[in-house]
Every structure is written in C-alpha cells, then in structure tokens.
Design a protein around this ligand. Structure first.
Ligand SMILES: [Zn+2]
Length: 436
C-alpha cells in the first residue's frame, strides 16, 4: 500500500492534532486580519484564548447565509469574504445556487494549488495512477468539483479526457473510442450511463472502466456496490463542497472515508446543539475548517452534511480520522407524521433489494391534517403485470419496515421520471417551500 504523501498520511495521531491546532491558530489570525467577515465576527475573541483543541469549540460557526450577506459588500463579487487583494484572484467559481443565491468563491493561484493538492490525496487514495485515462463526463462551467478533478488528475499524472458538450450516448461512444479506464461522476449519473449503455445494447462492464470516483450526493453502500457490479470496477466515494473544498475520501479498504488531514480540521458535532463532538458510530453535522486557504478563509464552516463518525484506525495504515458514512444533508432530514425520515434509507433499500426498479421519486404532501408519502416508481421495461404488482407489494412492505411509514406506491411508464446528471432531486416535500 502506498501513499500520495507518505509522511503526512502516516503521522502519529498526536502529531496531527498538534499540527492542526497550530494551523488553526494561523488561519484564525489570518482571517481576523484580512477578511472583513471575520474582523467583525471574531471581535471579542483573542488568539491567546485558543490554547487547546477544546478552545476551538468556543469560536462561533460560520454558515452560508453569512457568506451571502458579506458578499453584498465591495469589492464585487466577493465582498467581505475575500482574504487577499482582488487583483490576486485568478479563478472564479460558485456554488450551484439551487437553494438560494449562489456563493462566489475566489481562488488565487496559491489557494487553488492548495486545493488541488488536497484533491490529489483523494484521487491517489482511490487508486488512481498515471496509467489511468480518466473520463470526466460533464461540462465544467463555473462548478469547482470538475475543475478540481481535472487539475488533480493532471498533477497525479493521469490522462484526463474532458467529456463536456456531449450527450450520454456520445459520452459512451467516446469512452469506447479512446478506451478510458477511469471515470468520475455522481452515483446517479453512473447509473444513468449504465442504463443508457444497456439501451444501446452495450454491457457497461465491457466499457473497460477500472476505477470510478463518485461524489455530489450521499451514496448508500448498496448503490456503490450496484455500480461496481454494473461496470465490473472499483467504486469510491468522497465528500466535499464548493466552499469548504473536498475534505474526505475513500481508501482501497472501502470502509468509510478518511478526512484529509492536516489540510482540514473536521469536527462532527451533535446536531441539536451544534456544540459537542459526537462519539464513534453516532450521527453529527460536519463542521469544516480548511487550514491552508487564504483567498477565502473559512473558520468552522457548517457544511450541513450529516455524517456518522468512524473509527480512528484503518487497515490501509493511514492515521487520519474517518467518517463511517455520509447520511445526507440536514435539510433532507424531515419529520413525516412525527417520524424522522431520511431519503437515503429508501435509496439504500431500492438499490439493495429492487434491481428491477430503474428510477424513483418520493413525494410528500399534506392531505387535510395528514402527511402522505408516495413513491413514484419506474421499473425496467418488459415486466408482466403480475410481476409489477409483486414489486409494488414488496416495495410497500419493505419501506414500511425500513422507515416505519406507509408509502403509496405509484407505477410510472418507462422513461417518464426525470434522469439526473448532477445531483439527483428524488425527494420532493410539497408541504412547505424551503429556502436555505
Ligand atoms: Zn484507509
């Protein structure tokens, strides 16, 4: 087993903790000096107050709303979040803006290189090497993950093939034509490529993909395995975001994700109080501080990602902390008829036990005083009426057991539900409109 950075990846735990505390202090005082957001936010907090990792917990969290607010200032378009002179900014990126006004992310050459280096850890950990010809089946636009993937592959010595401006069929032809053996995509788009290949009479496993790196949405283990089965390849997960960068990735042991230390200080906090760290095996909210990015300093950013805290050791020998599982977004977790519901549970059940289901969508509505939950389901073409009835009954039963909620199962004609290329939106809560 080898590492992208053997020194950092095998540092003893105490050393990592020491380094992270010292990096945290550095970025904290830097932010306080150069970013208007933190000059105002951290007024009453002195660097001398931070002596131990516990002291970090006294510093307030930063959320997306604050970034949006401070961006309204000059200089346009980054305003008070900027940590360098605007003349030093060399790339513009932004968040998708699907939940409100986008956040604009400034990167200087220096901060971009830092970001790419962190990404190299993720790629290398997932077994990508110079002999891989990696197909990236997206148009990059202003979205950071594709550009990170592109430049990190290049730095690692892979051969990167940009696959924008093609439809899915065109991309499949391109993979075959140039014999790509690596791919990076959302889990949903991976499944879609497999489905489209089958429609074209091509077995996805014959495409020759050896390694696939996924992100963009929580990937249940059953989905990861389904992708491995369909493409006959190794599939890895990682997690990140536009503001905090990609901060954890899966190693070849394929049990949870390693936090990329000491690039990031990651806290997993109790989701009710957002104060104390959760124990191993417990669910919490990931709060991330990128420790070396100065163009856009972020201190204790509330990612709103729900994760389960993992073990402190791994068979791969890396000493970084792990998360066991990505559960979803805090926004996705809803109460339905008083029961806490996560859409990921349904995806897990479907990918694991219902190979005949090709697409689905969950709709929650309020009928009178009752919440009703419907799963619109699309099965593979060619199933008999009797088989479809059987799927319906099994689905109703299975979801009841898994979620403690009764679902209406509604069958939809083949090809009628939306197919997603980026983040899937399979969960629709019609009871309220949320904006966050
Ligand atoms: Zn590992």
């Amino acid at each position: 087993m080898n590492y992208w950075n053997p020194y950092l990846e095998t540092l003893p735990r105490e050393e990592l903790d020491k380094i992270e505390l010292s990096y945290f202090k550095k970025i904290f005082s830097y932010a306080k000096e150069y970013s208007i957001l933190y000059q105002e936010k951290m007024k009453g907090i002195d660097l001398r107050d931070i002596k131990t990792p516990d002291d970090i917990k006294k510093i307030p969290l930063t959320d997306k709303e604050e970034l949006r607010k401070y961006q309204e200032m000059e200089p346009f378009p980054y305003g008070g979040i900027l940590g360098r002179s605007i003349d030093e900014v060399t790339t513009f990126r932004q968040t998708s803006g699907t939940t409100g006004k986008p956040v604009y992310v400034p990167e200087t050459y220096e901060s971009w290189q830092w970001r790419i280096e962190a990404w190299c850890h993720i790629l290398y950990m997932a077994g990508f090497r110079p002999h891989h010809r990696v197909f990236l089946p997206f148009g990059y636009n202003v979205y950071v993950a594709f550009w990170e993937a592109h430049y990190a592959s290049e730095k690692l010595g892979c051969e990167l093939v940009p696959g924008g401006a093609l439809d899915t069929k065109g991309r499949i032809h391109k993979i075959i034509e140039i014999r790509a053996n690596g791919m990076m995509n959302t889990p949903t788009y991976g499944l879609h490529i497999a489905e489209e290949a089958k429609n074209m009479g091509i077995d996805p496993a014959s495409l020759g993909i050896e390694r696939m790196l996924c992100a963009g949405e929580p990937m249940p283990e059953a989905t990861r395995r389904r992708l491995e089965g369909l493409f006959g390849c190794h599939v890895f997960d990682h997690i990140g975001g536009t503001e905090p960068c990609a901060w954890a990735g899966m190693c070849e042991v394929k049990e949870g994700l390693h936090i990329i230390e000491p690039f990031f200080l990651v806290e997993i906090l109790d989701r009710e109080t957002l104060q104390k760290e959760v124990e191993e095996g417990e669910i919490g909210v990931a709060v991330v501080t990128p420790l070396g990015r100065r163009s856009f300093p972020l201190i204790r950013f509330n990612t709103k990602d729900l994760v389960i805290k993992g073990k402190e050791t791994c068979l791969c020998g890396r000493t970084s902390r792990k998360i066991k599982e990505v559960v979803g977004r805090t926004d996705d977790l809803r109460k339905i008829r008083g029961v806490l519901f996560s859409p990921k549970t349904v995806e897990e059940a479907i990918r694991h036990e219902f190979p005949e289901v090709v697409e689905f969508e969950i709709v929650v509505e309020r009928k009178g005083i009752m919440d009703e939950i419907t799963i619109r389901t699309e099965v593979a073409p060619g199933l008999s009426e009797k088989e479809i009835d059987h799927v319906k009954a099994r689905l109703r039963e299975n979801l009841k057991v898994k979620t403690n909620l009764s679902f209406h199962v509604q069958m939809e004609p083949p090809g009628s539900l939306p197919r997603y290329t980026l983040k899937a939106k399979r969960f629709k809560d019609m009871r309220e409109t949320r904006n966050d």
